[in-house]
Every structure is written in C-alpha cells, then in structure tokens.
Design a binder for this molecule. Structure first.
Ligand SMILES: *Cc1c(COP(=O)(O)O)cnc(C)c1O
Length: 406
C-alpha cells in the first residue's frame, strides 16, 4: 500500500508530485529513473511469517501478492495526487470496484447507487450483488431527494460516478457525502475516472473512498490496465488483506511501472485534453449534423454551475447525438476517420470515439425504471457518441469529425 507521507511532498504542487512522489535516486546504483522490480518473492533477512495474517511483525517484502515496491511507488503517486492518506492498486478498474463492493459490503447490507454508470459497474452491481444477498437501489444521484429517499437503516454504501458514463451527468459529491453520513451511511464511494484528480478530489469533499480506472487518464497512453482505490490508511489496510491478498486481483509491477511513467505527464495532459475538448465541443455544438452536445465545460450543460464548482478541469469526455441515424455515422467513422480511433475506452493521449446504441444499453447494462428509461430515450434517441478527446491539435480533430458527420 502506498501512502503520501514523504517529507516535503505535502507542500508540492501537482506537477512536482506527478514527477517525483514515490521515486528517488536509487541508493545502490544511483539510477535516476525508478527500478522495475518484477520479483514475485523476496528473501527476508530474518524468520518471518508465511501468511498475510501472521507476518511475525516483519515489515519487509515477502511475496508480491502482499506488496511490491514498484506497485507501492505508483500507489503513493495516486494517493498524493488525490491529497489522500493512501491508495491500493489493482489489476483493472473493475478489480478495484469489486474489491470495494465485496470487501466493504456483506449479506444483508444495502447499496444506493447511481442508475447510470460505467457498464461493468452497472452489470456487476445488478447481476452479482443480489446473489451475495446485498440489496441494491439504483437512483438518479443528480437529484439529492432521490438519494435521501433511497437510504434505509441498512444502507452501508452510496456509490456515485461523476461525470457519469455516458450521459455526462454530474453528482454533487459534497452534498451527497454530507447527507449520507448524516443518515448513518458508512461509505461514500466516488468513481472519479472521468473527472480525475486534476478536476476533483472527492476525499476533500467528504467521500470515504475514490475509485479509479488507471487504464484511462491516469495511465493515459492506452497500453496498461490498472485500477486504484484511494482512502484512509486504516480502511485500506483492512481492504488490502481481503481484497488484494485474498481476492488476488493485484496489479502487475510492469503495468505499475508503465502507469507511473504515464503519470509524470498527467497534469500536463489534462490541461491539453481540456483545451482541445473545449474547442471540439464548440465546433460540434454549431455543426448542423449534431443535435446535442453534453460537455461539462459548455454553458449549455444542464449542470454547468455544479461543474464549475466541483471540477477544476473539465476533462476531455463528451457525449453527442447526431441528426442522422447513429449507426450510419458510426459506419462512416469506422471507414473514414484518420486521427480519431473508433474504439472503446477513454482518457488516452489519442482521441477515441464509440457509438453507444440505446437498445444495447437498456438490454444489457442499465437497470432504469420506466420513467428514467423514457427520459434516457428522449435524450439519446437510438444512441449517442461517447467521445474521448485526445491531446492532438484541436483543428485536426475537428477536421476528422467534419469528414464523417456529413
Ligand atoms: C473504464 C472504467 C471502469 C473500469 O475500468 P477498467 O480498467 O476497464 O477495468 C470503471 N469506471 C469507469 C468510469 C470507467 O471509465
């Protein structure tokens, strides 16, 4: 587990943290760049326990599923960027989500969760949690009254994603954390993958845990999957024993090393993502083939006020709907885009776009009530494009879109 407890680093700004936290000149070789420690086992210098439950007070490394120096370096960088006491890394964002849900909730507990979520989270919560005896209430978390009404004495966790995939809906982290804690809820979790710590630091707003897919903006280069849970030290120590050591979904040191390397430029990339996204959102909004654009940085976003309050960077994620049938436009994108890749995932340095058909979303992932479903259909029609604006030149991104929008 990595912790942000390096001496002077608490005074550092984001850019210095991103480059230096968790790293230092190697004391033996004087290497300036961090070593990659791939070893799965370590040779203790005295008798030490062989189970994570009984390590005979041995503080060193024993086995890489319990702890690994390269993974810890990454964890301390992530914790530092979140201004959080500690972080734990996992093999993927979904492994991090599973660790939190399975590690913090038990049979008989109740979870209140946003009804619009990253699809993997939506499916895991809908299909697996009830099987484990955990009751789930999906609600529109942009509406505080719905959160309030859903909380029962059994509610142990409120899970929000902001901005939420793919409708870019925001939830007010501070208001929800205050309300949930007043009502006796133990854990407020924020999936902050879209926002990133460059925009929002949920623990400073009252959240108990932050979850990240490191595969997205934080790693930033589309070449390494990873996930993180950020939180208080004692909470993460408890979670570490169960969720990493026993569930086993640990991050490979090689991926940790790649993601750490990616983080060095994270604050700079986020500035470039936002700058390009503002230009592209403006271009799309005035394009006759585009019906609607949802981007938190646009004054036309229905929660632009909250975005200004809660997001210090509007990130590079947007959703738009075309006037022509989405399927036709998507086909043209697959055939004709030159800069933007037609592919899932997001937050990479290169622009990525994907069509999300409404029918597929309703049949396989979301569990919306009839009212929420008809609201979603009114907004999305046959489908929407989820667009992750990269760090290329905005003019080139717009020209590429112009080629396929018609
Ligand atoms: C991608 C993503 C996840 C899952 O992360 P993986 O690294 O793909 O497992 C969770 N939440 C959000 C918002 C995401 O975008």
């Amino acid at each position: 587990m990595g912790a942000d407890n390096e001496s002077d680093s608490i005074l550092w700004g984001d850019r210095t943290r991103a480059v230096h936290v968790g790293e230092g000149v190697d004391p033996v070789t004087r290497a300036s760049s961090p070593n990659l420690v791939m070893s799965s086992t370590f040779s203790p210098d005295r008798i030490a326990g062989f189970s994570a439950l009984n390590r005979s007070d041995y503080e060193g490394y024993t086995y890489a599923r319990v702890s690994n120096p390269t993974v810890e370096q990454l964890a301390s960088k992530v914790a530092s960027l979140e201004r959080a006491p500690a972080a734990l890394c996992f093999a993927s964002g979904m492994a991090a989500s599973h660790a939190l849900l399975a590690g913090r909730l038990s049979h008989g507990d109740h979870l209140v969760i946003s009804d619009t979520n990253y699809v993997g989270t939506a499916e895991l919560v809908r299909d697996s949690l009830p099987r484990w005896g955990i009751e789930v209430s999906p609600i529109d978390s942009s509406d505080l009254a719905q959160v309030d009404a859903a909380i029962t004495p059994k509610t142990r966790m409120v899970w929000i994603e902001t901005p939420a995939n793919p409708i870019m809906r925001l939830s007010d982290i501070k208001a929800i954390s205050t309300l949930a804690h007043e009502r006796g809820v133990r854990d407020v979790v924020v999936d902050s993958t879209f926002a990133t710590p460059a925009a929002t630091r949920p623990m400073e707003l009252g959240a108990d845990f932050v979850m990240h897919s490191l595969t997205k903006y934080i790693g930033g280069h589309g070449d390494a999957m990873g996930g993180a849970v950020v939180g208080r030290k004692e909470d993460l120590e408890a979670l570490n024993l169960e969720a990493t050591v026993h569930y086993g979904g640990i991050l490979s040191p090689f991926n940790a090393w790649l993601i750490s390397r990616g983080i060095a430029t994270f604050p700079l990339r986020m500035m470039a993502h936002e700058q390009a996204a503002i230009a592209v959102a403006g271009y799309l909004e005035q394009h006759p083939a585009v019906e609607r654009v949802l981007y938190p940085g646009l004054p036309s976003h229905p929660q632009h006020d909250l975005a200004i309050r809660q997001m210090h960077n509007f990130s590079g994620m947007m959703t738009f709907k075309t006037t022509q049938p989405g399927e036709q436009v998507a086909q043209r994108m697959i055939e004709n885009l030159q800069v933007i890749h037609y592919a899932v995932s997001l937050g990479h340095h290169r622009s990525l776009i994907y069509w999300i058909p409404t029918k597929m979303l309703m049949d396989s992932t979301f569990r919306l009530g009839r009212q929420a479903e008809s609201r979603y259909r009114a907004f999305a029609g046959d489908g929407v494009f989820r667009f992750s604006v990269g760090i290329e030149d905005a003019d080139d991104i717009c020209a590429d879109l112009g080629r396929v929008l018609g």
